[in-house]
Design a protein around this ligand. Sequence first.
Ligand SMILES: Cc1ncc(COP(=O)(O)O)c(C=O)c1O
Length: 433
Amino acid sequence: MILSTRRTSGLQNDRCCPIMLNVNKIRQDFPILKTRIHGKPLAYLDNAATTQKPQVVIDAISDYYRNYNANIHRGMHYLAEKATEAYEDARKTVARFINTNDPSEIIFVRNATEAINLVAYSWGRQNLSAGDTIVLTEMEHHANIIPWLMLKQEKGVEIEYVRVDSDGYLDINHLKDLLDQKPKLLSLTHISNVLGTINPLAKISRLAGEENIPILVDAAQSTGHLGFNVKKHKIDFLAFTGHKILGPTGIGVLWAKKEHLEKMPPFLGGGEMIDEVYFDRFTLNNLPQKFEAGTPHIAGAIGLKAAIDYLDELGLKEIREYELKLTAYAITKLQNIPGICLLGPLSPTDRGALISFTLKDIHPHDIAAVLDIEGVAIRSGHHCAMPLHNTLGIPASARASFCFYNTEEEIDRLVEGIRKTIKTMGKREHERK
Ligand SMILES: Cc1ncc(COP(=O)(O)O)c(C=O)c1O
């Protein structure tokens, strides 16, 4: 396996320094990073949208389709057993990754969005009724707003939003006030996909725990950068998505405490989730199959396992250290650009590896378009967080987001590209006037 050589290839260790990532070597694991865009080397800074995939992930997926493609849990033949073993092995890997001893608490879904919808649909419809309140925050992605708005429309559930202060942090006093009113659920993001803010989960889960309020954490932006430890954070539900942690698209994870999963009704009905079926009734399968109706994304789960193994091999501590350095570098460089406004906390330790910004008089789509010509891929728009942008009083923002395979040189190209945008667009503005 390619991974078995990684200890010596992706990490460098000299005696006086802590273990550091060898980014040049790591970049060779990601075939797409060799791509040229408009004749320039690709600088992929759109990792908050989706990360690139290392060769080991691509190989794991194609190995399944080439060598042991079969449906799982049903067949008695060799291939079916091998595929089942690989799929269940992936579940065990995810369980270990987020620190639960019980793999049956891991439900494979399509993405973080589906994980949150599953909770809203199943737990929400069972536990919430008209007049009950749930608490979200102003910095949520649409994935953690719409499922609850649907419940509000259907059942009359009330939603309160914890305010975000002018520095991009959650207003903890407002959160305390809202928790005092004994809401039925607190559902919040770990890292904001716009502000980059890392929410202080230890403190938040302690506050919610004092009031016995269940917590759902949307860890879409954090799992691949900080990891996640469900035991440490004492939460009830966790949602994350494979494609943002080097894995394939179409595979995501819902983790929930078993006591919840056991009581929750199934989300979808069909094969796999049943034990016995008659023309007039059915009995349910055990966990986790109860929530995995139909043929799952077998290749996706296998690819996700390869991605987690790869992350583990590099080490999340080393990844965080490197990405922190990169983010600090980017903040310093970006801050020097005239007319730029960085969104979110300025302290790199309080944020994930992403920076959203606006430029005076220049639309974020224009910034992204000019950068694209330079081979630099960033995201522009509302990043599926329209309510947050409304709160900030801006229609859109540009966002550069990093992964451990990015370099300071790529950030220099981002900065140069932004300066070029200001020159080009500023000149056009001047000509228009
Ligand atoms: C904070 C956050 N939550 C949820 C999602 C939804 O992820 P997915 O589209 O994979 O379901 C995203 C995606 O950008 C996100 O940034």
